[in-house]
Design a protein around this ligand. Structure first.
Ligand code: NZQ
Ligand code: ZN
Length: 385
């Protein structure tokens, strides 16, 4: 296990009725910009609860943050923040709204072209407005991490930045707010969280027993509660465990001091930028194929995963690895998430195009050992045809 600093400053307010706690979390004289998506929070009552908790505070609203939040949309919110001297951002929605809030919070005080925040992975961020969040979709972990992923459709780009200043100061996690999610978004959330764990766990052994066992338990919980949540949308216990699992999948805990991969996400983001496929669905396409192509480098962990997560102990090592990869694919398919490029109408020439794009941005050595070259990316996507 390498040296590490684990710092997560986000206060989590978990459970039924916790939206009311906004009143204690936000200063009484805050000038708030409430950031929201396309309107789900109006139909499920979350907006009304937030309004009530905000009370007499000065609140501006910005609606229309789309799934895969867009730079051009968010720059309109940045204008409002600057013009109205907003001093708090309140994100109410899924990961896209939360990521959008992080970008707006960093872009408003930024003196240069805010696109640089993304092209430099957040290196130049010097200040950011405080952010609070009400999360309505368990998936990204954005509610308790410092990452933000922003798309720019005009340039066909999707880039991320990370900066400690954009950790939410607090996030409300009320599982009841997730009852209204359509099946597709529930499945996406489970699939995304599963992959977040895999990116931090399925690398090579690093003698990090706590991180390993914790990662394995999150994977098993996702496998258990995923189908229950889909079958019984109002099952509070299943929702609550799903929300908590997704938060811990990407709040830094299981990734502390261990090698991390993230190649599936890097490749997946290119597929979303080029073909507008839901984030989690791109991961379902890439992950099984990447595990296969990287099976030699990941051998130790693949065997551990096979045994501890899927209970596979019979047969040769290679047979167990094959079975674990097949289980991974079958899990995504069981959620209703297709795992082949052709399922999304994507032609195989995209393999070379994604490799070319990663090469052009200097991402030539992905994965835990930096050995996933553009040629390997192409191979991974060809196997995912
Ligand atoms: O826009 P509204 O009307 O709110 O509808 C949303 C949206 O259409 C809907 N929704 C959300 N909560 C709902 C609901 N519908 C009914 N009831 C509710 N309670 O769901 C749709 C999708 O929402 P979105 O926020 O886009 O989904 P998700 O949370 O999966 O976020 C995906 C984005 O997060 C990024 C992805 O790349 C993608 O852009 N990621 C962010 C990460 C991070 N910050 O750490 C890491 C991830 O790997 C990921 O890359
Ligand atoms: Zn993800």
């Amino acid at each position: 296990m390498d040296n590490f600093t684990f710092h997560n400053p986000t206060r989590l307010l978990f459970g039924r009725g916790q939206i009311a706690a906004l009143d204690q979390e936000l200063p009484a004289d805050a000038r708030v910009l409430l950031l929201a998506g396309g309107g789900s929070i109006k139909t499920n009552g979350v907006y009304t609860q937030a309004q009530k908790a905000l009370g007499a505070r000065v609140v501006f609203e910005f609606w229309g943050v789309e799934a895969n939040p867009d730079f051009d949309t968010l720059m309109r919110a940045v204008e409002i923040v600057r013009r109205e001297k907003i001093d708090w951002i309140l994100a109410v929605g899924g990961g896209s709204v939360l990521d959008g809030a992080k970008f707006v919070a960093a872009a408003a005080p930024y003196s240069g072209d805010p696109w640089e925040i993304l092209t430099t992975f957040g290196k130049n961020v010097r200040s950011a407005l405080p952010i609070g969040a009400i999360l309505t979709l368990p998936a990204t972990g954005s509610e308790a991490n410092a990452a933000s992923v922003i798309s720019r459709r005009a340039l066909k780009e999707k880039l991320a930045f990370i900066h400690p200043l954009v950790f939410p100061r607090f996030s409300v996690l009320d599982p009841e707010t997730t009852f209204s999610l359509p099946e597709r978004q529930v499945a996406n959330g489970i699939g995304d969280a599963f992959c977040h764990v895999m990116e931090q766990y399925l690398t090579y052994p690093a003698e990090a027993a706590v991180q390993d066992r914790f990662a394995e338990s999150i994977l098993k919980i996702l496998v258990e509660v995923g189908p229950v949540t889909l079958a019984q949308p109002k099952n509070y216990a299943a929702r609550a465990n799903l929300v908590w699992a997704a938060t811990w999948a990407l709040n830094g805990a299981i990734g502390a001091g261990v090698p991390q991969d993230w190649a599936t996400h890097m490749i997946g983001h290119e597929l979303t930028a080029l073909h507008d496929i839901d984030h989690a669905r791109t991961l379902a396409v890439v992950l099984p194929s990447l595990l296969h192509v990287q099976r030699a480098a990941k051998r130790g962990k693949l065997l551990q995963y096979a045994e501890r997560v899927w209970g596979l102990t019979e047969g040769s090592e290679d047979a167990r690895i094959d079975a674990a990869i097949a289980k991974t694919r079958a899990f995504y398919e069981s959620l209703g998430i297709k795992t082949r490029l052709s399922d999304y109408g994507v032609k195989i020439d995209t393999a070379a195009e994604v490799a070319r794009r990663l090469q052009a941005r200097g991402a030539t050595g992905l994965g835990e050992r930096g050995e996933i070259t553009p040629a390997k990316v192409e191979e991974i996507l060809r196997r995912a045809a």
